[in-house]
Design a protein around this ligand. Structure first.
Ligand SMILES: Nc1ncnc2c1ncn2[C@@H]1O[C@H](COP(=O)(O)OP(=O)(O)O)[C@@H](O)[C@H]1O
Ligand SMILES: N[C@@H](CC(=O)OP(=O)(O)O)C(=O)O
Length: 427
């Protein structure tokens, strides 16, 4: 029996009707049984749903945004399907369900749970449209609700996967279908043991593809992107980017850890554990090789440059003239863990600790109020964290043209906290 292969198509690959047609062309000669296709929401739908929810939360009028989102999807369907096609009542029904959720009470307490229920509609809608379009094109594929497969904790918005149960479900529910047909499902979403919708963290569809691949013992995962593969920097920010034709799992994981957003940071580990290769390919040039990530056992010597935006630098000083001790660090990390905030950079001095964190809704205020008894706290928002991995010896020495707020150098890594960098060219 052929092993399953997993394809993942992100928002950019299904951002409009032409993109969906392009996806179908990619699949025309590749589609086969034992293929799982994981799709994200179309274009910027997840952001649009976030905006709608935030308007709803502040009791502002969200009807225009909601109507725009519906007509965006309707417009795509009008280009893809003949009048009277069954996708139209399905779409109508999904938008009614979404509207019903938006009528429910939402407050700071239940925000995360409401968020997951609402935000999942991006993927629920897109996967229906893609499935119906493939069928319309004569390519039969089954539709599967990922919430029946991926069992998670109830940590809404950042749900943790129950790997054992997920594997069991994938083998009992998904595998028999895959043995007959290709299957389309959603990235990013799962459900807790009570059946409530959860999400795996923004941009989590790459991770979903890895979860399915690991659970099914797949032979490969391919994530289709708008870039030729993994480059040594983001071509939307820096010029003269270079393509990695292959990368070791470890090097790829490091790049994602520091913020190379082409692959979700949680994607590599489950694949590396089972030695499942990850291909990153261009949906614009699908016949090109792209990047193969596997156990190469060697470091690719090209330096990588990674820019993480929307960073906050939080400086915490002990208030009672004591020095920084392990207990202070412990207290800070306990609160960060509680808020599910990752530290992107840390620097300690005699009387203070400086941390760099992502700017996430409500979290800065919560962090400050939980730590202000022990520390005097100052923070700067709107910063950028620049990381250079494997810099060549002697390079990146003179960075005096940048406003440097914090800097750390090791033999393999340079990290700089700065601001306004995206307005300049790379040094
Ligand atoms: N090192 C890198 N190599 C390639 N692309 C990168 C890199 N770092 C960031 N990117 C960005 O990642 C984008 C693709 O990822 P993403 O937008 O998350 O895809 P999707 O949401 O469609 O799955 C590219 O358009 C590019 O701007
Ligand atoms: N739609 C979700 C999940 C995702 O992974 O999307 P994409 O594959 O387009 O990054 C998000 O935007 O966060």
């Amino acid at each position: 029996m052929a092993k399953t292969i997993v394809y993942k198509f992100g928002g950019a690959s299904i951002k409009d009707a032409d993109s969906v047609k392009n996806l179908a062309e990619i699949l025309r000669n590749r589609l086969r049984k034992n293929m799982l296709i994981v799709v994200s929401a179309m274009g910027k739908t997840t952001n649009a749903l976030e905006e709608i929810l935030s308007l709803r939360m502040s009791e502002s009028d969200y009807s225009q945004k909601s109507a725009n989102l519906k007509s965006f999807h309707l417009g795509i369907c009008q280009e893809l399907f003949p009048e009277g096609h069954r996708i139209f009542p399905k779409l109508e029904n999904l938008f009614i369900q979404l509207q019903n959720l938006l009528y429910l009470e939402v407050n700071e307490e239940n925000y995360d749970e409401c968020y997951d229920g609402i935000i999942a509609f991006g993927e629920l809608i897109s996967s229906r449209i893609v499935m119906e379009y493939l069928c319309e094109q004569g390519m039969v594929a089954l539709w599967q609700d990922a919430r029946e497969l991926i069992l998670t904790s109830s940590d809404f918005r950042f749900a943790k996967v129950d790997w054992a149960q997920t594997k069991k479900r994938c083998n009992s529910i998904l595998q028999p279908n895959l043995d007959q047909y290709p299957v389309i499902t959603q990235g990013f979403i799962g459900a807790d043991s009570k059946g409530r919708t959860t999400t795996l963290g923004r941009e989590g569809s790459d991770f979903s593809a890895a979860i399915f691949a690991s659970s099914l013992g797949a032979s490969s995962v391919t994530i289709w992107k708008d870039v030729p593969g993994v480059l040594n920097c983001d071509p939307k920010i820096f010029k003269d980017s270079e393509l990695f034709s292959e990368l070791d799992y470890l090097q790829a994981a490091q790049m994602t850890y520091y913020g190379a957003s082409v692959i979700h940071p949680k994607t590599i580990k489950p694949l590396a554990n089972l030695g499942i290769p990850l291909f990153v390919k261009s949906f614009l040039k699908p016949d090109e090789a792209g990047t193969k990530i596997y156990s190469t056992g060697k470091l690719n010597p090209i330096p990588s440059i990674i820019l993480k935006r929307n960073q906050i630098m939080v400086s915490l000083r002990v208030t009672d003239f004591a020095f920084i001790e392990e207990s202070h660090i412990h207290e800070i990390y306990t609160q960060l863990d509680h808020l599910k905030l990752k530290v992107n950079m840390l620097q300690t001095s005699a009387i203070g600790v400086t941390i760099i964190i992502d700017d996430e809704l409500f979290k800065l205020n919560k962090l400050v109020s939980s730590l202000e008894k022990t520390f005097s706290i100052r923070y700067n928002e709107g910063l950028e964290l620049l990381t250079i991995l494997n810099p060549h010896k002697g390079s990146f020495e003179n960075l005096s043209w940048m406003e440097i707020l914090l800097e750390q150098r090791t033999r393999n890594t340079i990290q700089i906290v700065t601001r306004g960098l995206h307005t300049r060219d790379q040094n």
